[in-house]
Design a protein around this ligand. Sequence first.
Ligand code: GDP
Ligand code: ADP
Length: 204
Amino acid sequence: MTTGLPTQISPTVIPGSKAGRLIVLTGPSGVGKGTLMQLLLQRHPQLYLSISVTTRSPRPGEIHGKHYYFASREEFRQMVDRGELLEWAEFAGNCYGTPRQPVAEKIGEGKTAILEIELEGARQIRASFPEVLRIFILPPSMEELEQRLRSRGQDSEEAIARRLRRAQAEINAAGEFDYKVINDNREAALQEIEAILFPDSRQD
Ligand SMILES: Nc1nc2c(ncn2[C@@H]2O[C@H](COP(=O)(O)OP(=O)(O)O)[C@@H](O)[C@H]2O)c(=O)[nH]1
Ligand SMILES: Nc1ncnc2c1ncn2[C@@H]1O[C@H](COP(=O)(O)OP(=O)(O)O)[C@@H](O)[C@H]1O
């Protein structure tokens, strides 16, 4: 399990229908990706948000199969070996990956699938699925990012420090993305994302 090399998505498109879209949302930990995605899904329940597999321990309130599929390192390695993950990466000492099957299914049904993943995974997806639309969420400032990580109250000091170290490297790569959205005012950021996803009031 030394590489997260991408493999093809190969959606089976239902005859007579058009393939759906794949959207990747990336940004430093604590910038508000999860918050924005939950609000987006409330407003557009037809969107499909991929549920990742992770070796990280559940946070209080996190539910297996809803927020993540929680797996051991060994289980994760087996999924990688069997080619079940569309992409995967290590982040702050844990592995995270996108199960291939549900994403391929939703795209095959003509739906829009969204992956909320970190930078290395976003790069892998770009290599294997060039049509992907990639959005990077930026914080208003590094101070505000740190403040949000702390106020979330979910991570240890060490985990926060690791996330902040990684944050700067991720922000430096924001130029690789198709769109950049600053999450200062939540509602304004959400509206920007909606304008990207539904430019001509397309709702699928
Ligand atoms: N490559 C990849 N990254 C993921 C996946 N799922 C989550 N991530 C990213 O892993 C990082 C850490 O996630 P998490 O531990 O939930 O922390 P949080 O984002 O700070 O709430 C975030 O940048 C997520 O976007 C995945 O399936 N693949
Ligand atoms: N626009 C915003 N303004 C202020 N706080 C925000 C905003 N968006 C999210 N937050 C808060 O920041 C913290 C981190 O958000 P979260 O969605 O968990 O980030 P991520 O999923 O990117 O790690 C949470 O406490 C959330 O309520």
